[in-house]
Write a protein that binds this ligand. Structure first.
Ligand code: ADP
Ligand code: MG
Length: 666
C-alpha cells in the first residue's frame, strides 16, 4: 500500500485505496468523497449499538447481541396467516432461554443447527411467548464451539454512514479502516487555545474516534431509559386536546415515540414553522414519559417563552392526566417558590419542569429525568444543552425544537448527528397573513392600518430595526421610537415598550396578552414568540436589515386567531435589489422556501463569489448551522479584538467585522 507513505497521500483519489475501482469511486463522489481526506472527514452520522448481554438482562425494544447455543431449530408455518418461518430456541451460559424467529429465510436452516454456538444481534422483542425475550430476523454469526473466540461481525458498535444505492456502511467502514493511519497527517485548523476552551479533540484524534469510538462514551451512547409506547396514553392525550393533531404532528409524535422506546437515547430535532404546533408534539412525549414514571424538562431561551410553555403544557396535560404536574423554574421566582419547585423536581413529584437557563444555573436536580427538551435550540450553546442532558439518570432522551427553517437540502448535513422531524403543515383554520412591502414615503398607510385594526378591537406589534452595534443602542432607539409613536402618531392608543434590558418583560407581555396594551413596540432581539391570537398587525421597521427567514418568524406572530392579519415590511432602503428581496416574503409563505432564498441571496455566494471561497461543502454547511455559527462567531470576534495583526489594519478589521455581521442568521 504505497499510498500510505506518499507525502500527498491525503489528497490522492480514493481510487488509490485497495479494492476501489472507478465504479465505487463514482458512488463515493456522489457523497462528496473524492480524496482520502474526504473519506476521513466524512464521519458516521450515527451508530447501531449491539452490546452483548445475558438473555436475562435483555431490554425489550433495545438493540443487543447475545451469544448462546441453539437448543432447537425448525421450520414452522403460522396458523393464521400461513407464513413460513424458522424458529430457534437459544440458551446462554446461565440457562436462560430466548426465542429467535426468521421470516421467509429457510436458508438459515442450512447454516445453523442445534448445538451450534452463535452470536445474534438485533432488536429485542417483547415476546409473549412463554414470557421469554426474543429476536426477529437477527443478524447472526456462527462461532467456534469451544467458546474462545468472540463474534467478529455481529454485535458491538456499527457505524451508520450516509449512503447512496450501491454502497453499504460496512463497505465504507472497510475503506475508512485502510485510510485511518493517515489521520495523523490531518492539519488542525483551530488554534490550540480555541480547542481548549471548547473541549475539542485535536483533528486526528477526533477523526479516529469519530470512525472508531473506543468506548460507548465516545459516541455518547450512554444508555437511556426506554420509554415504552402505550396506546392508551396517546388516546387519552388526543382526547384531552381541544383539536385534532395535524398529519405532520402525528408523524413527528410517532417518530419520537419510536426513538424513545430504545435504550439508545433519542436525539431528534423537531423543525416546524412558527405556529405549526411543536408544543403539542413535545407534550405528547412528556405524557408518554410520565406514564412510565420518568420526568421531563423543557428549557426555553427567555422567561416569556418559558411562561407561555408553562401555560400550554398545563393546558395540554394537567387536566387529562391527573397526577401529572407542571412547574416553572425561572430566575425571577421568589426564594420560597424556587425551593418548592426544586423540591418537586428532586422528589420526583412533578412530571415536567419548564424553565430558562435558570434550570442549569440553579442546578435543579431530578429524581428520574428521562426526557430533556430545548425550544429554539439554536439559542443555546452545545454546552448548555449538555448540562441539561447531564441531569438525567443515564442519558435522557433529547428533543430539540426549532422554528428556524432549515432548507430541506441542508438539514441532513447540518444536523448529521440528529434525526429530523419536519412539521410541514399548519393547523387548519389559520387565515393567511397578508404581507406588504411599504416604501418610506408610504409610511402613513402603515399607521392607518394599525389604527384601523386597533379600532376593530385588535392589537399590533411594531418591531424596531435591527441594530447590530449594541443592545444599548437598540434599546435607546426603540425607546425614542416608542415615545415618538405615542406622542405624534397614536396619542389616543395604549402603547408599551419591551426590550432585552427591561426588568419586567413578563409584566409588559402580560398586559399585551390581556389586551391592556394595544400596540407593543419591541426591539428585534426580544423574543415575541408568544401566542397572542388577538394581534393582527406585525409592523417591521427597517425590514431590509433582517434575514428573510427572520421576517417570516416575526410574521408568524400574527395570524394566530381567526381574524385576517397583516405583516407590513417598512424598508429604509428603497434600492431595487433590497425591495425585490422583501417582495419575496410577500410571495412566499413557506418558511423553508424563504430560508433557501435567504441563503441563496445572503449566503456565502454574495460574500465571496460562487465556488470561489475554497471552503469544502462540509465547512460551508457547518457555517450555516446556527448554534455552531454563533460559537464560531464568538471565537472570530475574540480573535478580531485581540489579534495584533488587525490593530494596524483598521480597514481589514472593518471588512472582517462586516463579514461577521453578514453571517449572522438570527
Ligand atoms: P410552535 O411552537 O410550533 O410555534 P405552538 O405549539 O405554540 O406552535 O402552537 C401554536 C398554536 O396552535 C397554539 O395555540 C396551539 O394550541 C395551536 N395548535 C397546535 N396544534 C394544533 C392543531 N393540530 N389544530 C389546531 N390548533 C393547534
Ligand atoms: Mg413554540
Amino acid at each position: 500500500m504505497a499510498i500510505l507513505t506518499h507525502p500527498s497521500a491525503l489528497d490522492a483519489s480514493v481510487e488509490q485505496l485497495a479494492e476501489v475501482g472507478p465504479k465505487t469511486a463514482r458512488l463515493l463522489e456522489k457523497l462528496g468523497i473524492r480524496t482520502v481526506r474526504d473519506l476521513l472527514v466524512t464521519l458516521p452520522f450515527g451508530w447501531e449499538s449491539f452490546v452483548e448481554s445475558p438473555i436475562s438482562e435483555l431490554v425489550p425494544g433495545a438493540q443487543a447481541s447475545v451469544v448462546g447455543t441453539i437448543l432447537s431449530i425448525k421450520p414452522l408455518t403460522t396458523q393464521r396467516r400461513r407464513m413460513r418461518l424458522v424458529e430457534a430456541t437459544v440458551t446462554d451460559d446461565s440457562g436462560a432461554q430466548m426465542r429467535v424467529v426468521w421470516f421467509h429465510s429457510e436458508f438459515v436452516l442450512r447454516q445453523l443447527h442445534a448445538g451450534d454456538r452463535v452470536a445474534f444481534a438485533g432488536v429485542v422483542e417483547k415476546n409473549r411467548y412463554r414470557g421469554q425475550p426474543g429476536m426477529v430476523n437477527p443478524r447472526y454469526e456462527r462461532l467456534d464451539k469451544r467458546g474462545e473466540e468472540g463474534p467478529k461481525k455481529v454485535g458491538g458498535l456499527t457505524p451508520k454512514y450516509h449512503l447512496v444505492a450501491g454502497l453499504t456502511s460496512s463497505r465504507i467502514a472497510e475503506l475508512v479502516e485502510q485510510a485511518l493511519p493517515l489521520a495523523d497527517r490531518l492539519e488542525d485548523l483551530l488554534p490550540a487555545d480555541v480547542r481548549e476552551r471548547h473541549d475539542l479533540l485535536d483533528i486526528s484524534e477526533a477523526v479516529r474516534r469519530g470512525h472508531k469510538p473506543e468506548t460507548q462514551h465516545d459516541i455518547a451512547a450512554e444508555p437511556a431509559l426506554p420509554i415504552p409506547y402505550r396506546q392508551q396514553v396517546i388516546d387519552q392525550f388526543k382526547a384531552g386536546l381541544g383539536f385534532e393533531l395535524t398529519h405532520a404532528q402525528r408523524r413527528a409524535t410517532w417518530e419520537a415515540f419510536q426513538d424513545m422506546e430504545k435504550t439508545v437515547p433519542m436525539n431528534r430535532l423537531l423543525n416546524g414553522d412558527v405556529g405549526s404546533g411543536k408544543t403539542a408534539v413535545a407534550a405528547a412525549c412528556v405524557a408518554m414519559a410520565h406514564a412510565c414514571g420518568l420526568q421531563s424538562v423543557v428549557m426555553a431561551p427567555t422567561e416569556i417563552l418559558a411562561r407561555q410553555h408553562l401555560h400550554s403544557f398545563r393546558a395540554y396535560l394537567e387536566e387529562t392526566f391527573p397526577g401529572l404536574t407542571v412547574e416553572l423554574m425561572v430566575s425571577g421566582l421568589a426564594a420560597p417558590e424556587r425551593r418548592r419547585v426544586r423540591a418537586a423536581a428532586a422528589s420526583g413529584h412533578c412530571a415536567l419542569v419548564v424553565g430558562t437557563h435558570a434550570l442549569i444555573e440553579d442546578d435543579v436536580e431530578f429524581a428520574n429525568l428521562g426526557l430533556g427538551m430545548v425550544d429554539e435550540q439554536h439559542r443555546f450553546g452545545t454546552r448548555q444543552r449538555e448540562l441539561l442532558r447531564a441531569k438525567g439518570r443515564g442519558r435522557p432522551h433529547f428533543l430539540a425544537m426549532t422554528a428556524t427553517p432549515i432548507p430541506r437540502t441542508l438539514a441532513l448535513a447540518l444536523y448529521g448527528e440528529m434525526t429530523l422531524s419536519v412539521i410541514d403543515e399548519m393547523p387548519p383554520g389559520r387565515t393567511p397573513v397578508t404581507t406588504e412591502v411599504i416604501e418610506p414615503a408610504d409610511r402613513v398607510r402603515a399607521y392607518e392600518l394599525v389604527r384601523r385594526e386597533v379600532a376593530a378591537g385588535h392589537q399590533a406589534f411594531v418591531i424596531c430595526p435591527l441594530i447590530e452595534e449594541s443592545e444599548t443602542l437598540a434599546v435607546r432607539s426603540a425607546t425614542v421610537e416608542a415615545q415618538r409613536l405615542q406622542k405624534e402618531i397614536f396619542p389616543d392608543l395604549r402603547l408599551d415598550l419591551i426590550h432585552g434590558r427591561l426588568k419586567d418583560k413578563d409584566e409588559v407581555m402580560r398586559r399585551f396578552v390581556n389586551g391592556e396594551v394595544q400596540v407593543l413596540v419591541a426591539t428585534a432581539v426580544v423574543e415575541v414568540g408568544v401566542d397572542v391570537p388577538n394581534a393582527t398587525v406585525m409592523l417591521i421597521e427597517g425590514a431590509d436589515r433582517f434575514g428573510l427567514a427572520q421576517l417570516h418568524q416575526f410574521r408568524g406572530r400574527v395570524g394566530r386567531g381567526s381574524a385576517s392579519s397583516h405583516c407590513l415590511l417598512l424598508s429604509d432602503d428603497p434600492s431595487e435589489p433590497s425591495l425585490n428581496r422583501l417582495h419575496l416574503v410577500t410571495r412566499i409563505s413557506d418558511g423553508f422556501e424563504l430560508a433557501e432564498e435567504d441563503m441563496r441571496i445572503r449566503g456565502m455566494g454574495e460574500l465571496m463569489g460562487p465556488r470561489q471561497h475554497g471552503l469544502s461543502d462540509a465547512a460551508m454547511n457547518a457555517l450555516l448551522q446556527p448554534e455552531l455559527l454563533s460559537e464560531v462567531r464568538q471565537e472570530a470576534e475574540r480573535i478580531l479584538e485581540s489579534d495584533p495583526a488587525f490593530e494596524h489594519h483598521p480597514l481589514l478589521k472593518a471588512s472582517v467585522a462586516r463579514r461577521l455581521e453578514l453571517t449572522s442568521i438570527s
